[in-house]
Design a protein around this ligand. Structure first.
Ligand code: THU
Length: 234
């Protein structure tokens, strides 16, 4: 992974921040890539460092240092302070650590994989872990929910998986499976639905419920009349 390649993974159709990305070094030495992932509902945009921190925490790791080229610089000083992370002047040397791969090993039993992911969820406030598997053209991407000090800056399992997939250069998604052991009828929240509709409107959402039943739904049916406007593209 080099920074020039990472820049091309950015999804910024609504702004001029076309190449904002970061590389976050975890305490383990693993390097987590992050790119700007905008949403037509602007407050749902995930900035590179925000997503990379959630990706790192969702891998049972802690943030240590980061390099960012982000022109927007949104919230970077906030994350620096929260996690006491060092800002690097140069791209971290990949020899110093390995790049994080968001892709699951071969999956024979998706429900077992969803259950195995649950201990990685960071649920300090809710004790409500959620796991997700996102089926992309590059492989199956894992996600769990991450809660941080500021509740509104946590990310749901679905959005951790989408952020990781896009930061790994995946763009085409045909299915997502989600699971929450403490849930009843498990179903994505409204904010995730808006993001899912932008990325995979005609894909399948496979919902695994608390009573071990499951159901599958076309994403677009989960959010009829989703927000959209051709006026917002830039
Ligand atoms: N959560 C998800 O991960 N996905 C959803 O679709 C619903 C909610 C998480 C967010 C938060 O960490 C916890 O569940 C309680 O809201």
């Amino acid at each position: 992974m080099n920074i020039n390649q990472l820049k091309t993974y950015c999804y910024s159709p609504y702004s001029s921040y076309k190449e904002d990305c970061c590389l976050l070094v975890g305490v383990s030495g693993t390097i987590y890539p992050g790119v700007r992932v905008e949403n037509i509902s602007f407050p749902l945009t995930i900035t590179p460092l925000h997503g990379a921190i959630c990706s790192c925490l969702a891998n049972n790791d802690q943030p240590a240092a980061y390099f960012s080229n982000a022109a927007s610089g949104e919230l970077e000083s906030y994350w620096e302070n929260q996690y006491k992370i060092e800002r690097l002047a140069d791209v971290p040397d990949p020899a110093a650590g390995s790049f994080f791969s968001p892709f699951a090993e071969e999956i024979t039993d998706p429900v077992k994989t969803l259950k195995d992911l649950i201990p990685l969820a960071v649920t300090s406030h809710s004790d409500f872990p959620v796991s997700a598997l996102l089926y992309s053209e590059k492989g199956i991407v894992t996600g769990v929910n991450v809660e941080v000090t500021s509740w509104s800056l946590g990310l749901c399992a679905e959005r951790v998986a989408i952020f990781r997939a896009i930061s790994a250069g995946a763009r085409n998604f045909k299915k997502m499976a989600i699971y929450a052991p403490n849930g009843d009828f498990n179903s994505p929240c409204g904010a995730c639905r808006q993001v899912l509709v932008e990325w995979m409107p005609s894909a399948q959402m496979e919902l695994h419920h608390g009573d071990h039943s499951w159901s599958t739904h076309e994403t677009v049916h989960l959010l009829p009349f989703a927000f959209s406007s051709s006026k917002l593209d830039k």
